[in-house]
Design a protein around this ligand. Structure first.
Ligand code: MAN
Length: 372
């Protein structure tokens, strides 16, 4: 596929942290590690809204044989100092505690959400709404709010985010009647759930969502099975978007025939099309510390989204080093494209992704790619 438009639209150089929610709260210099993984929706004025994940990190996290992490603490922010000998810092996004009997980590940055308004075509930034930034507000988000996904649901908007804390790593919901002022509705999926996408439309009166429970224990499919055990995209339904019942049937699963999608998770909220629900998702090929993230697509049956009507094993989007070339000095990992938003634009879709956990990438994809 040759996209009609494929560019980095917003990156850390565009972020003014002195206008952000942490400004003045931390007695240490911070910088923008990444401005990425943007949720996206169309605003009432026709423009596009990106909810950009700003990962704000300490300029000098290590000192005096300790590594520091930022934490929200009831309206204030504080630094926690961990002795270096206690931690493993090989993943640039996090550090792992060595002594725990299971995997325990802390983050090298704290994320919050910055509303960035684009023009209707998604080609240029129109305004950055610092005053409407979303920062942690509850103890279950004390390590940050990440990876917004926005769905239009009738006359309101629903936004899922990943909330990070020692209490749990959960999915939280925000709602809005104008996509500008967001109300925190609380946790909707418990520990080890992120990448929750609410369908843009109801089925049988219910809300539907793709979910992605994440653990480190899975049961093997029998030898010769089409499927590979591991993180997959499941489905859930809800009468009110707050209380969710997992669907008994599986959703999108890793195929045994390829390692390219050995791990997977939802990307964009499923949107209705003539061919069924269009969903973009990420597949991860194990490689190095983080893996190679690519974007794939599927069309799901309009009345039974557990049935896949069409899909392709050719990636829709791959990491694009040529796009991040001008900001390569800011890169701290590579081989990641993480698609998080989609908007209809007539003969094509505008697709929003995080590139390399660093910047926001906008790609225009002709509908014909999906047979639409
Ligand atoms: C993973 C990555 C990070 C993220 C943490 C916590 O390690 O997706 O970017 O901060 O999970 O959600």
């Amino acid at each position: 596929m040759t996209p009609m438009f494929d560019q980095i639209i917003f990156d850390p150089r565009d972020v003014d942290l002195s206008k952000g929610p942490l400004a003045g709260h931390i007695d240490a210099e911070t910088y923008c590690l990444g401005a990425f993984n943007p949720g996206m929706t169309r605003l009432p004025n026709g423009n596009l809204l990106l909810m950009v994940r700003i990962a704000e990190a300490l300029r000098t996290p290590i000192g005096d044989k300790h590594i520091n992490a930022i934490r929200w603490d009831g309206g204030k922010y504080c630094l926690d100092a961990w002795p270096l000998e206690m931690v493993d810092t090989s993943d640039p996004r996090k550090f792992m505690m060595r002594s725990a009997g299971w995997r325990v980590m802390a983050l090298t940055s704290l994320s919050w959400l910055l509303p960035v308004e684009l023009d209707a075509a998604g080609r240029a930034v129109v305004h950055v709404h610092y005053q409407d930034a979303i920062a942690p507000r509850a103890s279950y988000q004390c390590y940050g709010v990440e990876d917004a996904r926005i769905s239009r649901a009738g006359d309101r908007w629903l936004m899922t985010t990943c909330s990070v804390s020692p209490e749990r790593h959960s999915t939280t919901l925000y709602s809005s009647t104008d996509a500008r002022n967001w109300q925190l509705e609380g946790i909707v999926l418990d520990h080890q759930n992120k990448d929750m996408l609410i369908f843009e439309g109801r089925i049988g009166g219910n809300y539907w969502a793709q979910t992605r429970p994440l653990g480190d224990l899975y049961f093997a499919y029998p030898p010769g099975s089409d499927w590979r055990a591991g993180p997959s995209i499941n489905l859930a339904t809800s009468p009110d978007a707050l209380h969710w019942k997992p669907l008994d049937r599986p959703g999108i699963r890793p195929h045994a025939a390829t390692l390219a999608t050995a791990r997977m998770g939802g990307g964009t909220p499923p949107i209705p099309t003539d061919g069924g629900w269009l969903t973009l998702w990420h597949g991860v090929e194990p490689s190095g510390v983080v893996g190679i993230y690519r974007t794939y697509w599927s069309l799901l049956d309009a009345r039974d989204p557990s049935t896949i009507v069409a899909t392709s094993d050719t990636p829709l989007l791959e990491p694009a080093p040529h796009l991040t070339e001008p900001i390569k000095d800011l890169m701290y990992l590579d081989n990641v494209v993480f698609t998080t938003g989609i908007a209809d634009a007539g003969d094509h879709y505008i697709v929003a992704s995080g590139e390399a956990d660093l910047a926001c990438r906008i790609t225009h994809v002709p509908k014909s790619v999906f047979g639409l």
